[in-house]
Design a protein around this ligand. Structure first.
Ligand code: ADP
Ligand code: MG
Length: 335
């Protein structure tokens, strides 16, 4: 109780000092000349490098359950942001945090900062600044990364004949959300391990930073899958001005996903559920095996699911090569 009262009266600056400007989170990095504490952070970019910048907002009931475990939320908040750097082949330098909080809750802040710190450390991406205000709970993170000039993996480089690949498995986070919202079909009984694997996919998606860096100079285009493959692959096709065929029977799925979702619902969820934070990238056919080995050596699986075509449109096929007429859509905020 005494602790609660004391922290509830913390000034904005004391709060920042206690929870954010701490060794575990605001640690040193060569490029960070000045971190939290001044009007701006100062970053040094090595010669012949470009700055990659990306922002993601996370709001309760839209991006995470309002009662989410703060430590898991901290991890997820930074991981989904890092996913955008990974998709560009960029290496993280640091991140800023915009935080709106209804009240100072010491336990919540401490666990949230611990979750952020875990991911920040693992990805050598320190907290370098931010803004803190009172209001409804909301988070906004901006990540900053570096990439050798001209080597970023963009959306506009896919060419007809390139193969389309994805890392990891698809659909797990969407199945986790269905599980958390009690939307799994009646009769589905997941083991403790299966449900913890699904929750892990939602709150602690694997960082693909190293995969993105390996794909520099190999992949012709890349995007991270946040709204579902059906939505995100369309962005690559539009930017690259081409079309694609994807074999839905080749979409990689985990055993936990298969246990949670009936066969008839699987493809829809794998293509449209979103929140996968895996990479979807294109490679010239001749590079596929080298590329797969490169990723596998670092522990990342990679599955070829289709091919880029000259003719426009995204076409779904089954394992026998038959065209499907099902329309698969990704997640849309204003849809
Ligand atoms: P200013 O008023 O100049 O914008 P603030 O008083 O808001 O600066 O913040 C003081 C310092 O604390 C700044 O360096 C800012 O980047 C940092 N800061 C504020 N909020 C956060 C936060 N949530 N996480 C990390 N750093 C923060
Ligand atoms: Mg400010």
């Amino acid at each position: 109780m005494a602790e609660q009262t004391e922290t509830a009266m913390l000034s904005e600056f004391a709060l920042i000092a206690r929870y954010f400007r701490q060794q575990q989170l605001a640690f040193a990095r060569d490029e960070v000349i000045l971190g939290i504490g001044d009007d701006c952070a100062l970053l040094d970019l090595p010669p012949q490098h470009q700055l990659a910048v990306s922002m993601d907002m996370l709001l309760p009931d839209i991006h995470f359950p309002a009662n989410a475990d703060p430590e898991l939320l901290g991890q997820r908040a930074l991981l989904v942001n890092l996913s955008d750097l990974a998709a560009m082949g960029a290496e993280p330098l640091g991140f800023t945090l915009g935080l709106s909080l209804p009240a100072v809750d010491a336990d919540w802040l401490e666990r949230f900062a611990a979750g952020l710190a875990l991911v920040a450390r693992a990805n050598a991406c320190p907290l370098i600044g931010g803004d803190t205000t009172r209001g409804q709970l909301g988070l906004c993170l901006q990540v900053h990364g570096k990439v050798p000039a001209g080597q970023a993996l963009r959306r506009d480089g896919a060419r007809p004949g390139d193969l389309i690949c994805v890392t990891g498995t698809l659909g797990d986070a969407a199945a986790a959300l269905a599980m958390m919202e009690n939307r799994l079909a009646a009769g589905v009984n997941l083991s403790a391990q299966e449900s913890s694997e699904l929750l892990r996919a939602f709150y602690q998606p694997e960082s693909r930073i190293n995969a993105g860096i390996l794909l520099r100079g190999v992949a012709t285009a890349a995007i991270d899958i946040s709204d579902g493959l059906a939505a995100d692959l369309v962005h690559v096709l539009a930017a690259s001005q081409c079309g694609a065929r994807v074999n839905v029977d080749r979409l990689p799925m985990s055993t936990a996903f298969a246990a949670a979702i009936a066969p008839a619902q699987r493809t829809g969820l794998q293509l449209g559920g979103g929140d996968d934070y895996e990479l979807c990238f294109t490679v010239p056919a001749a590079e596929l095996e080298t590329c797969r080995q490169l990723l596998l050596n670092k522990g990342t699986s990679c599955t070829c699911i289709g091919e880029i075509q000259d003719s426009p449109g995204l076409h779904w096929m089954d394992g026998e090569g038959r065209l499907l007429d099902t329309v698969y859509k990704g997640y849309q905020h204003f849809g």
